[in-house]
Design a binder for this molecule. Structure first.
Ligand SMILES: Cc1ncc(COP(=O)(O)O)c(C=O)c1O
Length: 375
């Protein structure tokens, strides 16, 4: 049977050459070369002053929380529908996640929902560029500035997306990226923290190396830090990928165009949007079924899997999950109505960079056949 993967990278001879060189030579005097090149190229691409490569996006979020001194008693607002890693680092620091509602079209944090969730304890907000979509940044930043709230942009899924010409990741006090194997740009596992703030940059460099200042080779520790470092082999892979990033995004956009063409006449189905003045890098091609189909996402996934088509569920509202039971505000389903409306009926379709036009036609034909059979 045909097998259509849900996610996966695009690796060429360039990546293999860089990683081979790193394995052979990125030691002794050349030990730091690939980190430096990867960080510099990445910062230039995003348009920020600084970039720090890390072992994951989760660690980049953790360092953001730690550098902003989020601690017990502090509240951090985030969209209710996102990956669990957006919320966990708030709790690592002893802070409280506050889940707010998303926009029906972009599936990102809604400015009015953000504002309504603010209390005197709110210290930060983490808007998420979900599946490559971007939120209404002007409105979000305006609220954050007026209310003196720090902004951490979770751009894990949105490398190359833009809002009014500015790259995703560049909007907050810090921005964070994931290079997990499912992402558009991958290092296997890995992440990056970007910022324009020199104070945060310097603090992150200390915190990510056991509390030592960069270059300090003494063993005299003045504070507790973390060990969050990427390997040179990963940085070499990342450098090759960032040098090809526009090629990767062009492929993603082409794949989305194929989905759009194949699905445009299907009633009761919504897919990713690209509002004016934005560019969507379409990490995950996503469909939201009209609830009239009465077809829970888990069942639809099972049917597609029977045809060899791998999918992922749209994120469950974090506030609905056992892991977050201690952080649920009263009447959460009414407050976060859009999350609770959309999540049961939405899935991510196959979005691997390896997919051909024919693969995507196969997926859409199967989806249309299944939907047609339900009338
Ligand atoms: C929105 C979001 N935030 C954070 C992360 C965490 O990334 P990582 O797995 O690199 O720690 C992911 C990863 O999938 C994500 O999708």
């Amino acid at each position: 049977m045909r097998e259509v993967p849900v996610a996966g990278p695009w690796i060429t001879e360039k990546e293999i050459a860089y990683v081979t060189d790193a394995a052979a030579n990125a030691w002794y005097r050349r030990a730091n070369e690939y980190y430096g090149r990867f960080e510099k190229t990445f910062a230039e691409y995003i348009g920020t002053k600084y970039a720090v490569c890390l072992p994951s996006c989760t660690s980049a979020l953790h360092l953001s929380m730690a550098a902003l001194k989020i601690g017990p008693g502090d509240e951090v607002i985030l969209p209710d529908c996102t990956w669990t890693a957006t919320a966990e680092p708030i709790i690592y620091q002893g802070g409280t996640p506050v889940f707010a509602d998303i926009d029906r079209e972009t599936w990102c944090l809604r400015p009015d929902a953000f504002e309504a969730a603010i209390t005197p304890r709110t210290r930060a907000v983490i808007p998420v560029d979900l599946y490559g979509n971007v939120p209404e940044w002007d409105a979000i930043l305006d609220i954050a500035r007026r209310r003196n709230i720090a902004v951490v942009e979770d751009s894990a899924e949105a490398i190359g997306s833009t809002y009014k010409g500015k790259k995703a990741g560049a909007f907050g006090d810090t921005g964070v990226f994931s290079f997990h194997g499912t992402k558009t740009l991958t290092t296997g596992e890995g992440g990056m923290l970007v910022t324009d703030r020199e104070d945060l940059y310097k603090r992150v460099l200390v915190l990510r190396d056991h509390g030592r200042k960069p270059g300090d080779t003494g063993f005299y520790f003045e504070e507790i830090g973390f060990k969050y470092k990427m390997s040179a082999l990963q940085a070499a892979l990342g450098l090759a990928q960032i040098e090809r990033v526009e090629e990767l995004i062009t492929r993603k956009r082409q794949q989305f165009a194929w989905y759009q063409r194949e699905l445009k006449n299907v009633p009761g189905l919504r897919i990713n949007v690209e509002p004016p003045e934005t560019r969507n890098s379409y990490w995950m091609n996503t469909v939201v079924l009209d609830s009239k189909y009465d077809w829970p996402k888990e069942k639809l996934q099972k049917q597609l899997a029977a045809a060899g088509i791998a999918t992922r569920p749209f994120f469950y509202p974090l506030s609905s999950l056992p892991a977050y039971k201690d952080y649920v505000r009263p009447a959460i389903k009414e407050r976060n109505k859009v999350c609770y409306d959309i999540s049961p009926w939405a899935i991510n379709l196959p979005s691997a960079l390896s997919l051909t036009e024919d693969d995507i036609r196969y997926v859409c034909d199967e989806l249309k056949r299944l939907l047609g059979a339900r009338g």
